[in-house]
Design a protein around this ligand. Structure first.
Ligand code: SAH
Ligand code: SF4
Length: 397
């Protein structure tokens, strides 16, 4: 037994109750933060004065080297490695499905725990960057009418560990360890998968601390974008806590239309949303807000809508992402014609706002924006959607 272990292992009644465990009941360390690692190491009796150093080592092995085997940790003596291996696992959760699109987009379905299946999507870019789109919840409580995820009821919030594990799983799959290698495909993170990140701000904030740690996954805060449908009270606190870039799913620039397609607008109308945007910490021309605008044929795509959008954005350092609507089974919406999207984009550009049209990615593997939804839930889709639609129409009357 290594000498730095205390003679008597401390009793830890409720050690990390939310941490994932492997089939043998061992706590899975990948995805945990430094404080949690310290608690875990303390629980097996590592002397208090050695804990900081051991956490630093283990953290670096997990997040810089991506090791899954204790024996790879060569700066830790063998007996201690064996003690660690008996108590903790370096395994990853199971990837139950992995699809690769013709355009290189990769979609993963990861089973974190029974019934907790999470989708994330890696989107390579021509400019040598690549973004991983991560989920923050399983399902969503909101019911935006054009969004497939919105037809899936909320199962639960993801923990910071489960968010970080999506990044680790992608790095495993892309063969990108160690993190410090010169060229990396996975350079950016966008919280644009399943769920509303601002209904899970604590875990999202904690996950950023781990993802951005320079001794680990090392992704800069400016390369992380958190997207929200407009949970107004959380926007400024989230910015202050994370320093991340902000994206707003806007999709309509007048209250009547926005409430129709995004019921959250009823609770937090546009005036309040735009004020929160103006107050976003660090907002400047080099830290602009991205406004996402899905192009729905005959709904929000006319020149009048473009003018409303331009007026709404006045004075805010902003860029507009025009997203061609991605269809999904059971939706009545249709994507705007290409010429309509281009006209809309030209108008917004002429007003001084960059407004690129986002090329749909991974449509063939159902990985594009708003198409995410755990497979097990897909069957329930049409019934629930119809019920929700009926309910929101009643609410609007
Ligand atoms: N809940 C957060 C994070 C999800 S981001 C949010 O809504 O911002 C997913 C993005 O894809 C959002 O901008 C969403 O509005 C958009 N989206 C949803 N359904 C879509 C669809 N069918 N086609 C294109 N974009 C869609
Ligand atoms: Fe939820 Fe965002 Fe989809 Fe709306 S667009 S239902 S907030 S995931």
């Amino acid at each position: 037994m290594a000498t730095e272990l205390l003679n008597k292992t401390p009793e830890v009644p409720d050690l990390l109750p939310r941490a994932l465990r492997d089939g043998e009941g061992r706590i899975m360390l990948a995805g945990l933060g430094r404080d949690e690692l310290a608690q875990a190491l303390a629980s097996i009796g590592i002397e208090p004065k050695k804990i900081r150093m051991r956490v630093k080592q283990v953290f670096h092995w997990i997040y810089n080297y991506g090791v899954t085997d204790w024996d790879a940790m060569t700066n830790i003596a063998k007996p201690l490695r064996e003690t660690f291996a008996g108590a903790f696992s370096l395994a990853r959760p199971e990837i139950v499905e992995r699809l690769i699109s013709k355009d290189g987009t990769r979609k993963y379905l990861i089973r974190m725990a029974p019934g907790i299946e999470v989708e994330s999507v890696f989107i390579p870019d021509v400019s040598k960057t690549g973004a991983l789109c991560v989920s923050s919840q399983v399902g969503c409580t909101l019911t935006c009418t054009f969004c497939h995820t919105g037809t899936q009821r909320l199962v639960r919030n993801l923990t910071a560990q489960e968010i970080v594990l999506q990044v680790i799983a992608a790095r495993d799959d892309l063969d990108e360890w160690p993190t410090t290698q010169d060229v990396r495909k996975l350079t950016n993170i966008v919280f644009m998968g399943m769920g509303e990140p601002l209904y899970n701000t604590d875990e999202v904030g904690d996950s950023l601390d781990i993802i951005c740690d320079p001794e680990g996954l090392g992704i800069g805060r400016r390369r992380i974008t958190v997207s929200t449908s407009g949970v107004v009270p959380q926007i400024v606190p989230m910015g202050a806590r994370t320093n991340a870039m902000l994206a707003i799913s806007l999709h309509a620039a007048n209250d009547e239309l926005r409430t129709q397609i995004m019921p959250i607008n009823n609770k937090y109308p546009l005036a309040e949303l735009m004020q929160a945007c103006r107050d976003y910490p660090g907002l400047s021309n080099s830290k602009r807000i991205t406004f996402e605008y899905v192009m729905l044929k005959g709904i929000n795509d006319s020149p009048k809508h473009a003018r409303e959008l331009i007026n709404l954005l006045r004075g805010i350092p902003a860029k507009v992402n025009l997203i061609p609507f991605n269809p999904w089974p059971g939706t009545d919406y249709v994507c705007s014609d290409w010429s309509t999207i281009e006209r809309f984009s030209d108008m917004v550009n002429a007003a001084g706002y960059a407004s690129p049209i986002r090329t749909p990615r991974g449509r063939d593997i159902f990985a594009a924006c708003g198409q995410l939804k755990s497979d097990s839930e897909k069957k329930r889709a049409s019934t629930i959607r119809k019920e929700k639609l009926a309910a929101s129409q009643i609410a609007l009357q």
